[in-house]
Design a protein around this ligand. Structure first.
Ligand code: PLP
Ligand code: TYF
Length: 398
């Protein structure tokens, strides 16, 4: 059946990894795909996860199916992490959480669910956003709109433009927002700005859909959830897609969650019933291993403390590489100001490097950067930082 059909284009980010793998240059550096790497350039299994997995092997007694929504203990742990253990949302039972296959799965289940009850809604995304956001919601049948977000002039958030656009989003539409460590720009809203966004959501009646893929990579696991707590306190409907891919390093275990918050527990029960029917006709029930391991870490105070330390280590390493990159460029006499890279948060830096420079670095130096100039800062190591700084300095002079 495929004779007459053109091949689909490779994913812009994952395709870059394929090209990187087949590059024979021994100096090659992958600053493309957003996975954490340690200073040895490997994506490690966290020590807390290794310990949990050891226990799991000893205690696990079945590979029988999980419920459609995943393990209830996992859902309870996710809620504690999202809202804080003492949250009113948890006490009043107005959040419904399911274990999804990664944050991507959470976004897709949420999108399919919304399509049933808001079939004519538009999905609004930031300019720019993670490319897969548009793909996921388009696949679910939504039209896409965009709101201003990144201002290349200030290298910060165009908050005025964003707020003005959100004021005009019709009631019933859906607005996707990154809770922290915005992908690809690395710039986030600050506390008071979130208060204003919450007020607009409440007044205008659109549905906030929060993407929370990097909890702990900004300022800390608890600090990073401040925006989620603000939406929770507003008593409105909203969705959260969260993920343990990055902060627990569980990338290939597909460990995420969709949480649907409603004004009342009764509504929440109705929401859960429809989430389950949405999942049943998709993947039926989630894989177990990642959720069990995550839950074990979150339930055990020693493992939890170890995890908090490991997240801090990842966060600090990325910050350190930001500083080495900026200082390395200054030391090589690069006139362009890159100091903003130190202020950006999370794994990514919107570097301001042009597509020409990005192409030159790939062609001539085997340094792989996503089009648009997004750098995965975690791809930098003390071993390759000198090479990368030399190359960027040369590219900017070329
Ligand atoms: N959302 C954003 C903004 C991301 O950057 C990612 C991963 O890179 C995800 C969601 C989902 O990741 P996963 O499906 O691996 O949990
Ligand atoms: O680098 C990024 O922005 C992501 C990373 O299944 C990613 O695209 C890769 C694979 C995947 C989900 C996210």
């Amino acid at each position: 059946m495929w004779k007459e059909i053109d091949a689909a284009p490779a994913d812009a980010i994952l395709g870059l990894t394929e090209a990187f793998k087949s590059d024979s240059n021994p100096k090659k550096v992958n600053l493309g795909v957003g996975v954490f790497k340690d200073d040895q350039g490997t994506t490690p299994i966290l020590k807390c996860i290794k310990a949990a997995e050891k226990k799991l092997v000893e205690t696990e007694s079945t590979k029988g199916y999980l419920p459609i929504s995943g393990s209830p203990a996992y859902a309870a742990n996710v809620q504690k992490l999202l809202f804080g253990a003492d949250s009113e949302v948890i006490a009043s039972g107005r959040a419904a959480t399911i274990h999804s296959p990664g944050g991507t799965g959470a976004l897709r289940v949420g999108a399919d669910l919304l399509k049933k009850f808001r079939p004519d809604a538009t999905l609004w995304v930031s300019t720019p956003t993670w490319a897969n956001h548009k793909g996921i919601f388009t696949a679910a049948g939504f039209g896409i709109g965009d709101y201003p977000y990144y201002d290349p002039q200030t290298k910060g958030v165009d908050f005025e433009g964003m707020l003005a656009a959100l004021e005009n989003v019709p009631a019933g539409d859906i607005v996707l927002m990154h809770v922290c460590c915005h992908n690809p720009t690395g710039v986030d809203l600050v506390g008071g700005q979130w208060d204003q966004v919450v007020e607009v959501a409440k007044a205008k009646g659109w549905m906030p859909f929060l993407d929370f893929a990097y909890q702990g990579f900004g300022d800390g696991v608890e600090e990073d959830r401040a925006a989620v707590e603000k939406f929770a306190a507003a008593g409105i409907d909203f969705f959260v897609a969260s993920s343990f891919s990055k902060n627990l390093g569980l990338y290939n275990e597909r460990t995420g969650a969709l949480t649907v918050v409603s004004p009342t527990a009764a509504e929440s029960a109705v929401a859960m019933s429809h989430i389950k029917t949405t999942i049943r006709v998709n993947y039926s029930n989630p894989p177990a291993h990642g959720g069990l391991a995550a839950s074990m870490v979150l339930d055990d105070s020693a493992l939890y403390d170890q995890w908090i330390g490991e997240v801090a280590e990842m966060r600090d390493r990325i910050r350190n590489m930001r500083a080495l990159l900026v200082d390395g460029l200054v030391a090589r006499g690069v006139g362009q100001d890159f100091s903003f890279i130190k202020e950006q948060r999370g794994m990514f830096s919107f570097s301001g490097l042009s597509n020409e420079v990005v192409a030159w670095l790939k062609e001539n130096k085997a340094i792989y950067i996503v089009g648009g100039g997004r750098i995965n800062v975690a791809g930098l190591t003390t071993a390759n930082i000198g090479y990368v700084c030399d190359a960027i300095a040369e590219a900017l002079k070329a």
